[in-house]
Design a binder for this molecule. Sequence first.
Ligand code: PHB
Length: 476
Amino acid sequence: MLPVPSPSVTQPPPAEAVTPLIRGLDVLRRLTDADGTLALAELARTSGLARSTVDRICATLAHLGYVRLDGRDASLAPPLMAVANAYLDALRLPALLGPLADRLADELDESVSLAVPDGPDIRFVHQVLRRRALSISFRVGDRLPGGGSAPGLVFRDGLPLAVDDQLVEPGLIAVAVPVRGPGGDVVCAVSVVSHTSRHGVDSLRGAVQSALGACVASMERVLGDQPQATGLRPGPRSSIAGGADFAGAAESAKAGNGSAPVVSLGRGLSVLSVFDGVRPAMALSEIASRAGLARATARRALITYQYLGYVERDERAYRLTPRVLGLGCAPLSRTTLPRIAAPHLAALSERLGESVGLSVADGDRVRCTARVAPRRVMSVDIGVGSRLPAAVTAAGRVLLGEESAGVAAVDGPEDGLRSVAVPVRDRDGRVVSALDVTAHLGRGDTDAWTDALRAAAAAIVADLHVTSRFVPVPVL
Ligand code: PHB
């Protein structure tokens, strides 16, 4: 069954397209292309939208939690990762093949990636990075030109093996091979990536060919064993124009039923997150019911997404395309726990008027990974990177797992400090960090601090969990 090609975005939008949704997606795409942050004025200038329109769209996106507004800037926020996660879950390849890619990277001690076609380009859906002094690294969600990358040549020319001899970047070399689904279609390409300081293309090919071949055979066996491989299909063959100016097209779209942007943008975006690994493709009625939308509302959102190439339809089922990863994934996955926590620490410090921080276990010590202190004459001076004995600090007690109640309070007469800490847990429930408030002895109310710490830790954990579903997030 051939997919119905998505119309090119250089065409005017269909009459039923939802203009606020087109504009909201355009803002998210521009923020993604700018690596996560843009001034509102710059968004208005480059999109051609009125500043008041940009402000309204960004306020709506902030209300949804997808964007953070900070003075004159708008930044992508972790909850937007739910959109990329919906696609990656529906695709199923990261969950099924990721562990085999990880093993190949260990075996070869080189970076390994999985990529799928995205129109004429390719998108990475899994990355295992090896840290090197000389390295550029792409992330899940990053897009490369099809003709200028090893996986792109695999898809475009149907090659059994393609090499990238510094096509993308001087010094970067890669070997890619196709992985076929049970029907014989190429579903993704697996690449081994190295550097000219370690290999030439011929020596790289020689060094990796047999392990790569064995890895692909295992991957194809895993795919063949899938009872219902509905998420596995060849990448879209439709030609979707890249980098088109959606906003200009939006100007000519009908305003439709005139509902406020805040409502129609939020409703439209809710459609993306209803897809998952269990339901990678759905009919309109199912999408509407899962999103809690009227059928007509869901239909117009889907028409808008199809027009922009984020959704494709075959027969009666709609599914997400890799282009969805262009909505925040790469910049949001290029992060660490301290960066995710930063806005929450700032809000907590402001709320309590005290110094708050994050730390990790480091042998018998705790190492501070982030700190926000209020400006005042006498304040606690614990710098990022400083190490304190774990046994005598609240953060240390939490990290040592000694506090069954999930909170540690320590009054230290010798250092004159009072500190309360709570754990931050990863998706597996492991304590990966401690969040603390620390002040001079005699200040603060432990119960009030505990409540505020718990609320802030819950917000950090929510952001960490949505971000780390398909990409590793370093704790420091
Ligand atoms: C990568 O995974 O970073 C990669 C893969 C293939 C290329 C270039 C980069 O051709």
